[in-house]
Design a protein around this ligand. Structure first.
Ligand SMILES: [Zn+2]
Length: 256
């Protein structure tokens, strides 16, 4: 019993310590390091489109365009890609790259696929981390044969959970901004904002979002997404969403 009280006291102390620290940090923070994560790569092609396009190549091209737009707009922002070529990076390492570079915003770029029966599916989807589904995220980690020690490291797990919790509201706001900008700036329709246990997001302790840009297995979406106009409009809308979020976060006091 005494032990339980010790643990509870420690947890409360830890939570309030983190809360104070995170709030203090947030007021000073600027979105000055942005992590763009091109999904898949190397031996992992992601989905394959009906015309043979690999998702990994599409993701990288959009990530590179987005990086250029951000760098042209902000001379004081560091834009870091988790990969800038066709190479394989473990899912958990993507979050680690983001954390080690002191990233303030994490945007993961993907494209979707569907089975032939799902003929009505098209458009973009936005994913936030779902803390309830955390066990599934852990299961995904073991699927990728990453060391069991991650599962056993309870304290760092607890810390990650707390930090992520505090960012969930901000990530929800981020998703709404992305939804608005992608709807305005592309022909793609919104399929909604979802909360999923993505390992790549679980590892990142900053506002994070995963964008499924559209369906490479949908003829209409594919034609648009692989066209020059489509790629331009998509990258531009992602850029505008980041710019609006950055502005809100830094100047409007939306998150403070
Ligand atoms: Zn993907």
């Amino acid at each position: 019993m005494k032990f339980i009280i010790y643990i509870s006291t420690f947890s409360i102390f830890l939570i309030s310590f983190l809360d104070v620290n995170l709030n203090a940090q947030r007021i000073e923070d600027k979105i000055d390091v942005i992590i763009i994560d091109a999904g898949h790569g190397g031996k992992d092609p992601g989905t394959t489109a009906i015309d043979g396009t690999f998702e990994k190549d599409f993701n990288l091209e959009i990530a590179l365009r987005l990086k250029l737009l951000l760098e042209n707009a902000y001379s004081d922002v560091k834009v870091i890609l988790t990969r800038d070529s066709d190479k394989f990076i473990e899912l958990t390492d993507r979050g680690k790259i983001a954390n080690d570079s002191n990233g303030k915003l994490f945007v993961s770029i993907h494209a979707n696929s569907k089975s032939p029966e799902e003929s009505d599916k098209s458009g973009f989807e936005l994913y936030l981390l779902d803390m309830v589904g955390e066990d599934n995220a852990l299961a995904q980690i073991s699927d990728y044969k990453i060391s069991q020690s991650i599962k056993d490291d309870t304290l760092s797990h607890l810390l990650s959970s707390l930090i992520l919790h505090s960012n969930l509201y901000t990530s929800q706001r981020l998703a709404k901004i992305f939804s608005t900008e992608l709807t305005k700036g592309t022909v793609l329709k919104s399929r909604g904002i979802f909360q999923q246990p993505f390992v790549v997001l679980w590892g990142a302790t900053m506002p994070s979002i995963l964008v499924e840009c559209g369906y490479l297995s949908d003829e209409g979406n594919l034609k648009y997404l692989t066209s020059e106009t489509g790629k331009n409009e998509l990258a531009n809308s992602l850029y505008k969403a980041i710019a609006r979020f950055k502005f809100d976060y830094e100047f409007q006091g939306e998150f403070k």
